[in-house]
Design a protein around this ligand. Structure first.
Ligand code: SAH
Ligand code: SF4
Length: 381
């Protein structure tokens, strides 16, 4: 597995190894195959963070394992809880890079919003993450580690439990998951394994800004739900909002959605649409959206624009959002307006980045920038 650091750790981390990789590692270690299966269960189902608790393994074997391996998660450098119960963890990796993971509790479920990259190479003009300079792919262990941190913090081991607080996963945190496909796929296989983290593919949604060549593969290999960040109905506007549109314009993107494996009326593709005042929020935009979606099993998620410091857009008015939603709804599509969650801790869609970068700057650069970092980061609603 690619390591994110240049310094080799003393102990190899077993968290992040898939079934085959763990079996191969144990084979090299001289352990019998059933030991790999027992370890798998302890790591991903019971959440063991220490070999000492693995009582089904003999003491000498546990000691041998501890001498060579570790079971580590990313370090939590900050954890915040919003007034609405949303939690945000700022995670720090050994190379000093950071990402954010957000848990959104609702009455009947709890959704974990997972990051796939540090920052994002795409530069959507309304997204805070897109303004971050530092970018790298997350490793498998860093992606799986986000789910394990949430399970640790919420006391949710062993994995298959009733009344869980993490019932759903959305890849809607920092980064473009289809630009880090291999690691995201390997991590999701661990997350979906019924004897692993045990979250069904039906409860997992991958959101993409429209990396057309990877969409089919995602459906065929992972069969997770797809969400597409559409945000505009005309190429000239989408080019400005989601610059990747210049490479894969709306017609190509929608064609990939039309043929997404496994989509049906029971498993619709979600089209995300951030409501930006005077940019994409008119009734004629809504009517054009309905025409574009014809023939696709679709639902529309209207996201009131979440402001961030220095953002060049404003959120549409409540009346404009309602009118837009009514038009889409009248055409037969579900078009809920997503209630912003965790805005007070900058955990809402598109607000991720601030804490990590501000902290990093305040740590590294004294004086003027450090003073800026002390400003209250909360957006004005
Ligand atoms: N990179 C992926 C997934 C992460 S973004 C993607 O773009 O789909 C998750 C969702 O939040 C996307 O639909 C994104 O367009 C949206 N988003 C980004 N910034 C936003 C903001 N400031 N307000 C509302 N939604 C935003
Ligand atoms: Fe990247 Fe998604 Fe933000 Fe665009 S909206 S910059 S693809 S994280």
């Amino acid at each position: 597995m690619p390591s994110s650091t240049s310094i080799e750790p003393l102990h190899r981390n077993l968290v992040g190894l898939g079934r085959e990789a763990l079996a191969a590692e144990m084979g090299e270690f001289g352990a019998e195959p059933f030991r790999a299966r027992q370890l798998w269960h302890w790591i991903y189902n019971r959440g063991a963070a220490d070999f000492g608790v693995m009582t089904s393994l003999s003491k000498p074997f546990r000691e041998r394992l501890s001498a060579r391996y570790e079971l580590s998660r990313p370090a939590v450098s900050r954890s915040l809880v919003s007034t609405d119960g949303t939690r945000k963890w700022l995670l720090r990796f050994p190379d000093g890079e950071e990402v954010e993971t957000v848990h959104i509790p609702e009455e009947d479920r709890g959704t974990l919003c997972v990051s796939s990259q540090v920052g994002c190479t795409l530069t959507c003009s309304f997204c805070h993450t897109g303004t971050q300079r530092l970018v790298r792919n997350l490793t498998v262990e860093e992606i799986v580690g986000q789910v394990m941190i949430a399970r640790d913090a919420l006391g949710e081991w062993p994995s298959p439990q009733d009344d869980r607080q993490v019932t759903n996963i959305v890849l809607m945190g920092m980064g473009e998951p289809l630009y880090n496909y291999d690691n995201v796929a390997a991590a999701l296989k661990i997350v979906m394994d019924p004897e692993g983290l045990s979250i069904s593919r039906r409860k997992i949604t991958l959101s993409t800004s429209g990396v057309v060549p990877m969409i089919h593969r995602c459906g065929a290999e992972l069969a997770v739900n797809l969400a597409v960040s559409l945000h505009a109905v005309r190429d000239d506007i989408r080019d400005r909002l989601v610059p990747l549109n210049r490479k894969y314009p709306i017609a190509e993107l929608l064609e990939a959605c039309r043929t997404y494996p496994g989509s049906s009326n029971a498993r619709r593709i979600t089209f995300e649409y951030a409501m930006l005042k005077g940019v994409n929020d008119s009734p004629s935009d809504a009517r054009a959206l309905v025409r574009l979606l014809a023939g696709i099993p679709a639902k529309v998620n209207l996201i009131p624009f979440n402001p961030w410091p220095g953002a060049p857009y404003e959120c549409s008015s409540d009346a404009a959002i309602k009118a837009f939603s009514d038009i889409v709804f009248a055409a037969g599509y579900s078009a809920p307006v997503r209630t912003p969650r965790g805005r007070d801790i900058l955990a809402a869609c598109g607000q991720l980045k601030s804490a990590s970068v501000k902290r990093r700057r305040s740590e590294r650069v004294p004086a003027r920038t450090a003073a800026l970092a002390l400003d209250d980061p909360r957006p004005v609603d």
